[in-house]
Design a protein around this ligand. Sequence first.
Ligand code: SF4
Length: 245
Amino acid sequence: MMEAKRYLTTIGILLGILTVLLGVVNVFIANLTQVFSTLVNVITFLIILTIVFSTVITYRVIKDKEVSSKLMSINFKIVSILFPIVTYVASLIGISKNEIRIIFIKLNNKYIYSKKYNLNSEDILILIPHCVQKNSCKLKVTNEITNCKQCGLCNIGDLVQLKEKANVNIFVATGGTLARKIIMDNRPKAVIAVACERDLTAGVQDTSKIPVLGVFNKRPNGPCVDTSIDIKEVEEAINFFTSKK
Ligand code: SF4
């Protein structure tokens, strides 16, 4: 898996930077008190140890090896804190931020899938990006998805059928602000969010109090135009939250 390799490369470089920093700091503090010097070394060592621990757990999770839910939870918190630094280091060495975001969403999903839910379908909210609607379609589906005439030209029609079949709330959001408002207005117990890597990462970070399963949309026509969804993946996520599998 390419993203995993690049994630590990980024972490390796981050650890290298920290080690160099440790050396530099030691040179500067050589003349200061022994206590201060020891304190700096202990803190840096603990940071490095935490990153190594998190990387081992991350590697095991994305390679589908057994990891307890508790360890996944701790690791996800560490990765969330490290995320801005890791994406910054990745971009410095020419690794796409999206590859790091894919790892982040995979860790989030695996953690949620490691838990058990037994929700009513009406407590699940599904958020769909507006770019799934056929660009040439003039129907207004953002407020009411059932305005779709199910002509078969985009996945909105499939989602209308899914809404009827599974009795879930499905909304088409034109951006992060509207998505947040929809969540606040509907107060769901779980969210299934379909979006690109960037929007999903931001959404998961914003909605830390509710479980959010992320589903990547497909972009055969480039970003934000006539994107598509794997409806099966969304259906599986609904079945998981309602304990139907
Ligand atoms: S499936 Fe619905 S939203 Fe998509 S193009 Fe047809 S009518 Fe428009």
